[in-house]
Ligand binder design. Structure first.
Ligand code: PLP
Length: 393
């Protein structure tokens, strides 16, 4: 992990807390100026002392870039991983991991997942000969039933997008490792502040950095963290050989986002708890999906493996799809838009928007579902906005 004083500025980075590492890991003061902010290094090529001997280890910016390395070092440290690899988007990061699978091999994935992940697995890697089976991972024993000799990997999100299902990472890891497989956890909804899958045994953690890590709806990015040498070697190779890397400015934006991740997540969680309470008590709301609710089927697992329950909530209305569409277009503080995890509150209809690509599959979502990403605005404004919108349902 990032103990290199040249990178961190600290002798033993691991001895420092999450918030300190978010601000300092991988980010030494500028040795020439003392600047405390990691520069955006724009150079695409780097001087060499002799043929094949780069001065500081950098040759060409697809292979390695100082701003990207600072970001990779920082986020790997926050995930408790030995190494981290930044990609141009969450899907590019997922694609790099899925390239571990070859033709004829099989991946098991949970039956609730981001629609784009399912599209990537089924249509892109499916066309390259990779098979997939979507299973109910809330019953981890189904992994044994679904396992075939060519199965290599189990892929899960927790909490899931958009149904907020919680999966037991430790149990899934124990069963999958027993069968000789690899576990990948998409940690986008929880972030490393709330949940650290590597410490629960996962082989790799993947992120859409576009969401909470960037945190301000102004950068698309992806990330993989791992402490598995085989996976790290593969990712370094794919990062360079395929080249789906983020530019230096994008790396800078995510690195800046990481510095406030902890305080933003605390506020997201606090605002969400208040929103959930209002939704649960609202007569037009039929069902609220949120892991913090004691009657949520994954509540106990969430308490065990998460620090808090996050900023995402889905709900269904007594008035069905028509009511859901009315509410989704009636808010003012919550913006009707795709994406999630940033400072501003968003509302969407997953069936038509983010999850349209899973229509007709095992991952299809209810057509009366609304998903909200609760931002960090004044809670009074968020509650009043939802209350006004729900009156239209
Ligand atoms: N994983 C999850 C849980 C997501 O919600 C998303 C995007 O919404 C992705 C992965 C894909 O990330 P990106 O949009 O950055 O490619």
């Amino acid at each position: 992990m990032g103990g290199d004083p040249l990178l961190s500025g600290f002798e033993n980075l691991d001895d420092y807390g999450f918030e300190t590492r978010a601000i300092r890991a991988g980010q030494p003061h500028d040795p020439r100026t003392g600047g405390v902010v990691t520069p955006i290094a724009l150079s695409t090529t780097f001087a060499q002392d002799a043929v094949g001997q780069p001065k500081f280890g950098y040759e060409y910016a697809r292979t390695g870039n100082p701003t990207r390395h600072a970001y990779e070092e920082c986020l790997a440290s926050l995930e408790g991983a030995q190494s981290g690899f930044a990609f141009a988007s969450g899907l590019a990061a997922e694609d790099a991991l899925l390239r571990l699978l070859g033709p004829g091999e099989r991946i098991l994935l949970g039956d609730d997942a981001y629609g784009g992940t399912f599209r990537l697995i089924s249509q892109i890697h499916g066309a390259a000969g990779v098979h997939h089976t979507a299973i109910d991972l809330t019953e981890p024993e189904t992994i044994r039933t679904a396992w075939t000799p060519e199965t290599r990997m189990v892929w899960l999100e927790t909490p899931t997008n958009p149904l907020l299902t919680v999966l037991d990472i430790e149990r899934i890891v124990a069963i999958t490792h027993d069968l000789g497989g690899t576990v990948v956890v998409d940690n986008t909804f929880a972030t490393p502040y709330l949940q650290q899958p590597i410490s629960l045994g996962a082989n790799a953690v993947v992120h859409s950095a576009t969401k909470y890590l960037g945190g301000h709806s102004d950068v698309v990015g992806g990330f993989v963290a791992t402490s598995d040498d085989r996976i790290a070697e593969h990712l370094g190779f794919v990062q360079n050989a395929v080249g789906a890397v983020p530019g230096p400015f994008d790396c800078y934006l995510v690195l800046r986002g990481l510095k406030t991740l902890a305080v933003r997540m605390d506020r997201h969680c606090a605002n969400t708890a208040a929103v959930v309470e209002a939704l649960v008590n609202h007569p037009r709301v039929d069902r609220v999906l949120y892991p913090g609710l004691e009657d949520h089927p994954g509540h106990e697992v969430a308490v065990r493996q998460m620090r808090n329950f996050g900023g995402m909530v889905s709900f269904q209305l007594t008035g069905g799809r028509e009511a859901a569409e009315k509410v989704a277009v009636s808010t003012e503080v919550f913006t009707l838009a795709e994406s999630l995890g940033a400072v501003e509150s968003l509302i969407e209809h997953p069936g038509v928007m983010t999850h349209a690509s899973v229509a007709g599959s095992a991952l299809e979502v209810p057509d009366d579902l609304i998903r909200i990403s609760v931002g960090i605005e004044s809670i009074e404004d968020l509650l009043a906005d939802l209350d006004r919108a729900l009156a239209t349902a």
